[in-house]
Design a protein around this ligand. Structure first.
Ligand SMILES: Cc1ncc(COP(=O)(O)O)c(C=O)c1O
Length: 413
């Protein structure tokens, strides 16, 4: 069977979250016996219940005529209209529902398919088409590019460049590595960023738009965390608010995190009409869109007072949870500068304790000794070495227990 599969796909490592889940499941019994039942701070998946009104609406729509039949790949008109309304109210962005909005089975579906529709697969390393990806960044980007027969090249996000690197410098790095900047097809940006929680200024993102225009690259903006923010005056913006964005960019949004419905699989892509049209043509050969009752329920919640209240309450809870973790980690010796803490997402990005020289080893020890599951920084790219990521998505009590276990089991910075 081995020879039957695509070499690039078979060369992929198992997805980090799957690996962590498998390892945790293997250890679950022995950890429970020593009073260290696993606490997952690994997945970026909210554990709260979704908005009650969303469930009500879903129940209501389940009995409608014609609701259980195929939808369409680009999404029902009511879903696309709801997206346009939200984009207008939230960001002041006007969208043509027929040309500039497309539904996704989660933003991961959009990213994976867009990437493979862009890349002409090549096996020769120097011939490969290139996508620039944030590093550290969402672990799937690199794997999606690799299994599409392309090459991912890092956009280094470091404290020194304030997580907003000069893109011409990135091209300089690429040429210095013996690669050809003409092979670059697209640039992915992700602000607020997973795993860092870092945000970008409008000036910076405008410079990335201008860069993409200059070089004829597609800009893919991943806005999965745009509704997870702590302060009203620091609300993340849409790339499409900026000058010339629609000429070069598409932006991907996700309903997974703001409404705690990671299992429902809903998102959308919007922006450049030609990209949406080409994407739609290819995508129509693959799926029939999202279950209509889900689209209808989400179309409701996206523009409702209940939806806004839910997001506000969720963000207040994440802010409180961040404070619990930061207080505890400081007691354990982590040097955390409050002024530099992220005000977005539900992630904390921290250096591993001084006595460790491997993020994997630290995360393995923390799991095996204390039943605490966190993600090694290397999983997010080469610039993630020496760090680990915490998702503070579980209850306040569990977060406190994490700190108590680390204290009791001798984990300190
Ligand atoms: C940066 C980023 N983009 C996209 C996704 C995918 O989200 P979904 O497919 O649930 O919309 C995730 C999930 O963790 C993410 O962290």
């Amino acid at each position: 069977m081995e020879n039957l599969f695509n070499d690039e796909v078979m060369a992929l490592d198992t997805y980090i979250m799957v690996k962590l889940k498998e390892k945790t499941a293997q250890l679950a019994d022995s950890l429970a016996k020593k009073n260290r039942a696993p606490i997952a701070l690994s997945m970026g998946a909210p554990t709260a219940n979704p908005p009650a009104m969303l469930i009500e609406k879903l129940k209501e729509f389940l009995t409608e005529d014609n609701i259980h039949t195929y939808s369409v790949t680009r999404g029902e008109l009511y879903f696309r209209q709801a997206v346009a309304e939200r984009m207008k109210n939230r960001f002041g962005v006007e969208l043509d529902v027929n040309k500039e909005v497309f539904s996704l089975l989660g933003s991961k579906d959009g990213l994976a398919n867009l990437i493979r529709f862009l890349i002409n697969p090549k096996s020769d390393e120097l011939e490969k088409e290139i996508i620039l990806i944030p590093d550290p960044g969402y672990a799937s980007y690199g794997q999606m590019v690799q299994c599409s027969g392309g090459k991912a090249f890092p956009i280094p996000l470091t404290a020194e460049n304030n997580y907003m690197p000069d893109m011409e410098q990135v091209l300089g790095n690429l040429e210095a590595a013996g690669l050809d900047s003409k092979k670059v097809k697209a640039v992915i940006i992700n602000y607020p960023n997973n795993p860092l929680g870092a945000s970008a200024t409008k000036e910076y993102v405008q410079s990335v738009i201008d860069f993409c225009k200059r070089h004829n690259y597609l800009l893919i903006a991943d806005a999965a965390y745009c509704d997870l923010y702590f302060n009203e005056d620091e609300k993340p913006f849409s790339v499409l608010e900026l000058k010339g964005a629609k000429d070069v960019a598409v932006e991907l949004f996700s309903l997974s995190k703001p409404y705690a419905i990671t299992g429902w699989r809903l998102g959308w892509m919007c922006g450049n009409a030609e990209v949406i049209s080409r994407f739609g043509k290819a995508k129509s050969t693959i799926d029939n869109g999202i279950f209509k009752a889900l689209q209808k329920a989400c179309a409701y919640i996206m523009n409702s007072p209940e939806g806004e209240d839910y997001i506000a309450q969720g963000n207040a809870a994440y802010r409180r949870k961040q404070a619990i973790m930061v207080k505890g980690l400081k007691e354990l010796g982590w040097e955390i500068d409050d002024a530099k803490l992220p005000h977005t997402t539900f992630y904390l990005w921290l250096p591993i304790p001084k006595k460790y020289d491997s993020s994997f080893k630290f995360c393995e020890d923390l799991l095996e000794k204390s039943g605490i599951v966190v993600v090694p920084g290397d999983a997010f790219g080469e610039y993630g070495k020496g760090f680990f990521r915490i998702s503070y998505v579980c209850s306040d009590e569990k977060l406190q227990e994490v700190i108590d276990r680390m204290k009791a089991d001798g984990f300190k910075y």
